[in-house]
Design a protein around this ligand. Structure first.
Ligand code: SAH
Length: 244
């Protein structure tokens, strides 16, 4: 079924979809009059709709009501990701979205090779596309890149204060089974910190630990940052979330 995000208060009745979303429905998804359509408002609500008429410029659809559809995990995950080069950041954002992360905070760390901080709108698009494709009911929030210490000490990222935290460190750390015991079965908010290509410095590890983060291991092999991020998210969804 065709699925789109529309930032509107979809209520039962007729709606008109224009611009890029109309073009996407008409030319990419080849939607036809009579087709069912799922409209996601990005805030956790899904609506069932039917296409009434369509052109490349405008689609008229009838919203029938709320659809019973929630694909969000009971585990709220945030990913603190050391900035990565080239397309790797986009890959991480896409995969993290598919795996159910709700917040992504790009971190400028001591060993970040890139300090490009103007890609947020591109990354938001990557997250929206991935969310639509995988049937998420919410679009992950992509924060502006922040220096690593500011994430811990700077003006609040509200979820940070409600969450427990794990920093993944290739030089040592608790195995995930031990992490799960330490976090407790009822852990519902978790920040996962993954370093850039060059890893976190000892000082950064110490800083996170001083803020209550546990240091965690993903085994004895050194994973690429993007592999580490995807693996960490998938395993935490398995241990405490909605996979498995
Ligand atoms: N500094 C390393 C590589 C860093 S890997 C070197 O160049 O040798 C990039 C990031 O992936 C790390 O900062 C860490 O967060 C994560 N990571 C990779 N392998 C890991 C492992 N085995 N355990 C925990 N985290 C790992």
């Amino acid at each position: 079924m065709a699925r789109i995000f529309l930032p509107l208060e979809a209520k039962p009745g007729i709606i008109r979809i224009t611009g890029e979303k109309a073009r996407y429905l008409a030319t990419v998804l080849r939607t036809r009059p009579g087709d069912d359509l799922e409209i996601l408002d990005g805030k956790g609500h899904a609506y069932a709709a039917k296409v009434a008429s369509l052109s490349k410029k405008e689609i008229v659809a009838e919203v029938k009501g709320m659809a019973a559809h929630d694909t969000e995990s009971p585990l709220s995950l945030a990913l603190l990701q050391g900035l990565l080069k080239g397309e790797k950041m986009e890959i991480v954002i896409q995969k993290a979205t598919e795996l159910g992360v709700g917040e992504i905070v790009p971190a400028i760390t001591e060993r970040s090779q890139v300090r490009e901080t103007r890609k947020t709108s591109r990354w938001e698009k990557v997250a929206e596309d991935a969310a639509r494709q995988c049937g998420r009911t919410t679009i992950p929030r992509i924060h502006k890149p922040l220096p690593f210490p500011d994430i811990f000490f700077g003006p609040a990222l509200p979820f940070f204060h409600e969450s427990k935290g794990l920093l993944f460190w290739e030089e040592g750390g608790l195995p995930l089974k031990a992490v799960r015991k330490r976090l407790g079965e009822d852990c519902r908010n978790l920040v996962l910190a993954v370093g850039p290509e060059g890893g976190f410095t000892r000082e950064e590890v110490a800083l996170a630990e001083s803020r209550g983060f546990l240091t965690a291991s993903l085994g004895s092999r050194i994973l690429r940052a993007e592999t580490a991020a995807i693996t960490a998210i998938a395993l935490m969804q398995f241990l405490l979330g909605d996979i498995g």
